[in-house]
Design a protein around this ligand. Sequence first.
Ligand code: CO
Length: 133
Amino acid sequence: MRKIEHLGIAVKDLKASNELFKKLLGQSHYKEEEVGGEGVMTSFFQVGETKIELLEATRPDSPIAKYLEKKSEGIHHIAFDVEDIHAEVERLKSEGFEILNETPKAGADNKLVVFLHPKSTNGVLVELCQERK
Ligand code: CO
């Protein structure tokens, strides 16, 4: 893994949180993007080499809606940038980590993404992401 690509933060109201993070970071988000398959609307802020991804549910069965129901707003996942997502999945499987989707799926920001089950990573939802070429 090469760096923390972004931190994902679950929010209830993306518009309000865009304003809040604009004040916090001193800059506006640079894009919003819907990920239909996941039922989320995302918004991205660049902070040096890494990013903040705000996540708002777009439907009640969205993983983010369920997360907000069970927990509250806050850090939802850590995403690591990887060079070869297939090789990383194989490596992590052999180390005993539980992979939620072994076949990478399309994520926001032109990425292929795989998630690890939080129960195998100290309660942290880990995302691997590889730039799509
Ligand atoms: Co993410």
